[in-house]
Design a protein around this ligand. Structure first.
Ligand code: NDP
Length: 331
């Protein structure tokens, strides 16, 4: 059983030597357990945070432990009452080829209803993040102006499209002309800002003449600060993530323009998607409906390889090399 384990706590960007490529004997399922073969592994920016030994919403991955990761597995042997050989299951099974689980925190998924990778993307954790972050935390109202950063990524691409379903004006911020063209030409965004080549503050002034009602932030740093200068009255700033800060070796940079929250009577609120787990089923059903109607386009970036390709694939997120949900398919 090939596994990727954490070898050392990274300083700044993760280095190849921070990982151990190990082989363990494949375990047999005990009473009430099932075994499975990993088919698709999820790559998530949050993984960088799980490597740091500091208080967070989950404990850090321990040195020598198999790296934590969400995945879709196919059941190969089962003593579990709910799962049969051939079933597909989503869970936090870690970066390894073979898994054994007691089924806690797992969900059976149907490959006939959607491609398996989609259960790690639009119909999985990133989709739920977009849905609850925008509609619940952002308290989106029909017809408002929404700005989302990391807009061509897994969460951002769905945030913008849900906002369009709700009849909003949507502006996406992403890196590069190609990603910006995808947003406006394929995903229905009203405008896109290339933060690598444009002055974001100036572009927001142009594209949001009446201000921003909901700013959904995936990146933090200078882009968050620019968005704060353009808030409409009673705006909501949703702190979903801050990927620009995850590799920071010094202190995380806070927004210097935060007093516009005061001036605009605005609210800034962070959230963790897991807190909405009780309503995932309901949200996934609504999202599946939008996908079937063609109102929500699923963007996935599937890399085919082995678990040994996990470290290199993870770094793609921090270089902006993915479009949509980044997944490693084990072949
Ligand atoms: P993405 O698919 O959006 O991939 C990450 C993207 O971030 C890259 O493609 C890149 O796009 C962009 N990026 C990388 N570095 C920078 C930088 N320095 N400045 C600006 N943009 C950068 O990842 P996800 O959709 O999975 O995650 C998006 C965010 O949502 C992350 O911050 C993540 O931590 C957060 N998240 C939070 C959850 C919660 O419960 N709060 C749950 C799930 C995700 P580009 O080419 O445009 O730069």
């Amino acid at each position: 059983n090939r596994q990727i384990r954490l070898a050392a706590r990274p300083q700044g960007a993760v280095k190849p030597t921070d990982w151990e490529h190990a082989t363990a004997p494949a375990a047999e399922p005990g009473e009430g357990e099932f075994a499975g073969r990993t088919r698709f592994l999820s790559l998530d920016p949050a993984m960088r945070g799980w490597l740091d030994d500091r208080p967070s919403y989950l404990p850090p991955v321990g040195i020598g432990e198999v790296m934590r990761a969400g995945s879709v597995i196919e059941v190969t042997a089962s003593n579990h009452p709910k799962y049969e050989v051939g079933d597909h299951v989503v869970g936090t099974f870690g970066v390894q080829e073979h898994v054994v689980s007691d089924g806690r925190g797992t969900i059976k998924v149907d490959p006939a209803a959607a491609p398996l990778s989609t259960y790690l993307g639009a119909l999985g954790m990133p989709g739920m993040t977009a849905y609850f972050g925008l509609l619940e935390v952002g308290a989106l109202k029909d017809g408002e102006t929404v700005v989302v950063s990391g807009a061509a990524g897994a969460v951002g691409s769905i945030v913008g499209q849900i906002a369009k379903v709700k009849g909003c004006r949507v502006v996406g911020i992403a890196g590069g002309a190609e990603k910006c063209a995808l947003l406006t030409e394929e995903l229905g965004f009203d405008a896109a800002i290339d933060y690598r080549s444009e002055d974001v503050r100036k572009a927001l002034r142009e594209h949001c003449p009446d201000g921003i009602d909901v700013y959904f932030d995936n990146v933090g740093g200078p882009i968050l600060d620019a968005a704060l200068t353009r808030l409409a009255m009673h705006a909501r700033v949703v702190i979903c993530g801050a990927i620009s800060q995850y590799n920071a070796e010094s202190k995380v940079e806070g927004p210097s323009n935060y007093l516009s929250l005061l001036v605009r009577r605005a609210r800034m609120e962070g959230f963790v998607v897991f807190d909405h787990a009780a309503r995932y089923k309901e949200a996934a059903a609504e999202m599946a409906g939008w996908i079937a109607e063609g109102r929500l386009k699923v963007k996935e970036h599937i890399v085919r390889g082995t678990v040994d390709d996990f470290p290199g694939t993870l770094q793609m997120l921090f270089r902006g090399e993915n479009v949509g949900k980044l997944v490693l398919e084990l072949v």
